[in-house]
Each structure stands twice: as C-alpha cells, then as structure tokens.
Design a protein around this ligand. Structure first.
Ligand code: T4K
Length: 437
C-alpha cells in the first residue's frame, strides 16, 4: 500500500508547501507537477544569528581590522579550542589549505595512505605538496578507511596516514594509531565533516598529530569559507601558525616556507556566530535525520547511514545507500526522479578519488583493490538537510521515493525501455526539469 505524505508542510526557509504524491502519474518524472516549487538542495547554507553577525560586520568595518589575526579570529580560535578541548587551534581560509599546511608541517613526503572514498580535496592537498596519495579501501559499514587493508599498502616511501571521519563518523582511530605507532608513520585526520563528533567520549580534534575541520558554506557551521587545524603539540602548532602566514616567524624574519592560509575577520565573525548556534543546528540535523529514517523505513534497497551508539554526532550529512538489485532502481535514476521534483541531491563521493585525475592516469587499475569504494561510489546519495528543510518536507520526499520504488519497472531510464513504451509525453518527462517546455 502507498504511504500518503501530508499535503501541508512547514517550510522552514521560505520554500513553498509541497503536495501529496500517491499515483505514478503524480511523479514529476512521469508528467506530474514537481513536489516543490523551490529547489531543496544539499549544501544550502545555514545562516543562524543574522543580526548578531551584521552587528559584528559593522564592528569590523568600523575598526578597519579586516584580517591578519584580528580580534574575531582570536575569539574564534579560542572558542573552538575550548569546545574541542584541544590546546591549539589555527584557523585557516579553508580546510584544503589546512590539510596542506598540516601535511607539510608534519614533514610528510613520499607516499601517504588515505581513503579514496572522500572529497577530492583530501587527496589533492597531498598531491599539491608533491606527496603521492596511496588509496586504501574503506569499510562497508562505516565508509571509513579500513585498517585491515592499510598495512599492505605501506612501502619504504610511506611517511604517513590521513584518516577521514566521513559524514562526521570517526574512523577507526585506535587502530590507525596502533599502525602509525608500530610503523613509525605520521598520523593526521581530515575532520572536515566531524565538528562536534566524539570518539570514545572524546571530541574529535585532539586525535593524531593534527586534525583539520572545514567551515565551508555547505558545512553545518560555516564561515563562508574557512577551516581550522587543531593539535595538542605546541611546536607543531607554532610551525603551522607561521606557515599560515607566509612562514613569518618574527619581525622581519621568515623561518621556513609558508603560504597565505589566513582566515579573514568577516569569516571569523561568521564562524563564531555559527558556533554559538551549534546546539540548535545539531538538533535540527538530528530531527531531520530521524524524519528521513521514519520516511524511508521498510523500503527494501534503501539504507540510511546510521549514527548509532553513545557517541555525539552532528548529523550534517544524510546519506542514502541505494542497492539497485533490491530497490529496482539505480541510485542515479532515483536522483533523477528526485531532481524532477526539485529535490537536488549530490552523489557524494562519486567517483572515488582514484578515478579522478591525475590519479586515474597514474594507476588505472586502482579500482581492483578498492571494491568497497567502487560499490559505495555507485550507491551513495546525499539528501538535503539543515535549516532549509523540515520533517514535513522530508515526509514528502519519503513518499516520492516510496512511490518510485513501488513503480520501479515503469520508471527505468527511457533508453532501457522497449521502443513501444516511449510515448512523446514520457520522453519529455524524462528530461531534466530545465530542458522541459
Ligand atoms: N575534506 C573533506 C572530507 C571534505 O568534504 C571537504 C570539503 C574538504 C576536505 C575541503 O574543505 P574546504 O577546503 O572546502 O573547506 C562541496 C564543498 O565545496 C566542499 O567544501 C565539501 N567538502 C564538499 C563535500 O562539498 P561541491 O563541489 O559539492 O560544492 P558546490 O558548490 O557544488 O555546493 C553544493 C551545493 O550546495 C550546491 O548545489 C548548492 C549549495 N550551495 C553551495 C554554496 C557554496 C549553496 O546553496 N550556497 C553556497 O554558497 O563541494
């Protein structure tokens, strides 16, 4: 039986109400009206505390201190270090530069092992430093680097490991620490997704030799663009702090190579304002994750990433795994069906880094040793969440997916259907919304 989504929805960010979908013809891909008039998009920024931020912006303009370690930067670093319970926090212009600075300050060189199932920035940050990324497969359950597959990748050229806490779920930190300790390797973490997450009751931020967070516009706490490196190592912190500012170590003194990785005052003020709203933002993400779990419960072939157990999570990514064999529809077809309804999902992280240049050309057979990455890259789909969406809209999205799965054979891509099944109306509806008349 079809589940009926409620017609009246709350529209937290000004999006228009959506309508119930109960029949195949209701689906926009089959000729119906799109469920949402305005796009519901993965990555739509949260903007909490607008008035507070605007007051801070006025202060910045009045003070004429726009960057280079002003008061908002210092405040942002202090607040973040206190929250993460780490000794040192170095705010940077984005997490990619943060990863580059950390890798260089640690002295990583040669080869460094990391998962391929991550955003391309994790790999590029190393390659940009002329460090060769070596891709390790991930665990099917956690989507994080698989420690059991890691040691076989270590060579005499290996100098480090970069673990990624994908979707904010900490990777197997203890196992990686054990390998790094035993094999004399550096260990740092890409914590771009993991602000607020805990591992064994301790906040992510103080593990390994350094961890790097992102405050990009699409992150649940954003600074327009921004990042932060955290560490409990005072010497490393000093080095990274100076590397952030051209390698300057004192008045008229440059101690080593550096870059310009500074965070501006406007970004720091934005980040600070968002940090102050973190509890509400996490509560919103959590509410949405629960709403998705309710809306998609019992649908064969669809699995939502779980955030189980006693640890804290930020729930900022809602990621679905679509098993085509069970669901009857591929992940990509489901994304098209949702797109026609104005639900704009993202295929994070497709393809794996190993299938992107320059890595693909360098190692065209990497996929053979990355079967789980390959499988996930075909299956995962990030769904809209954050303050731009509420439970009623999520219920409608759930009803669309339910309907789509129930009518999966009729919703196969047009090219896969026999010629007789292709009525003109059908062909038209299969086109992306922007190409329709
Ligand atoms: N490590 C990991 C594991 C990461 O996921 C990331 C970044 C990094 C490192 C590097 O962090 P940063 O150097 O960026 O601090 C986005 C973000 O640009 C990227 O920060 C993020 N991860 C990645 C997962 O997602 P794209 O290419 O998907 O971004 P884009 O511009 O297509 O935005 C996604 C959607 O968000 C758009 O369809 C619309 C919406 N959006 C986006 C922006 C920027 C808005 O509504 N407003 C906006 O201002 O990479």
């Amino acid at each position: 039986m079809l589940s009926q989504a409620k017609a009246a929805v709350e529209h937290p960010d000004g999006t228009a109400p959506s309508s119930t979908k109960t029949r195949l013809e209701d689906l926009a891909i089959a000729g119906g009206e799109p469920a949402f008039q305005e796009a519901l998009t993965v990555g739509r920024p949260n903007l909490p505390g607008r008035e507070v931020f605007l007051r801070r912006l006025e202060e910045i303009l009045d003070s004429r201190i726009l960057t280079n370690g002003g008061p908002y930067l210092q405040e942002f670093e202090c607040q973040l270090a206190a929250y993460l319970q780490v000794e040192h926090c170095i705010a940077v212009c984005n997490a990619t530069i943060g990863l580059e600075i950390a890798a260089r300050a640690l002295g990583m060189e040669g080869e460094v092992i990391l998962p391929s199932f991550t955003f391309i920035a994790t790999a590029h940050a190393l390659e940009w430093q002329r460090i060769t990324p070596v891709f390790c497969d991930v665990e099917p359950g956690s989507h994080n680097i698989d420690p059991a597959r890691l040691e076989e990748l270590i060579t005499p050229r290996t100098t480090g490991i970069v673990g990624v806490h994908l979707w904010g779920r900490p990777c197997a930190i203890e196992a990686l620490e054990a390998i790094a300790g035993r094999r004399g390797l550096h260990l740092m973490f890409d914590a771009a997704h993991a602000l607020g997450s805990t591992y064994r009751g301790r906040r992510v931020g103080g593990f390994g030799e350094a961890e790097v967070f992102s405050f990009h516009a699409t992150k649940f706490v954003n600074a327009f663009e921004g990042g932060a490196i955290t560490t409990n190592n005072a010497r490393l912190a000093e080095r990274m702090r100076s590397m952030r500012g051209f390698g300057v170590t004192g008045p008229d003194e440059v101690g080593w190579i550096g870059t310009n990785g500074k965070m501006s005052e406007v970004s720091a003020a934005m980040g600070l304002t968002a940090l102050e709203s973190m509890p509400e933002l996490i509560a919103t993400n959590r509410r949405n994750h629960t709403a998705y779990a309710d809306a998609l419960g019992g649908l064969d072939g669809l699995k939502l990433t779980a955030f189980d157990g006693p640890e804290d999570h930020n729930y900022q990514y809602v990621v679905l795994e679509v098993d085509e064999a069970q669901a009857g529809l591929s992940r990509d077809r489901l994304a098209e069906i949702l797109r026609a309804e104005n639900v704009i999902t993202r295929r994070y992280f497709t393809p794996g880094c190993h299938r992107s240049e320059p890595y693909r050309a360098r190692d065209p057979h990497a996929a053979e040793r990355l079967p789980v990455t390959e499988m996930l890259a075909q299956r995962t789909l990030a769904l809209p969440t954050g303050t731009a969406i509420g439970p009623d809209q999520i219920a409608v999205i759930g009803s669309i997916m339910r309907l789509a799965l129930e009518h999966a054979p009729a919703l196969q891509p047009v090219a896969a259907l026999p010629r007789s099944a292709m009525s003109p109306a059908r062909l038209d509806s299969a086109a992306p919304p922007e190409r329709r008349k």
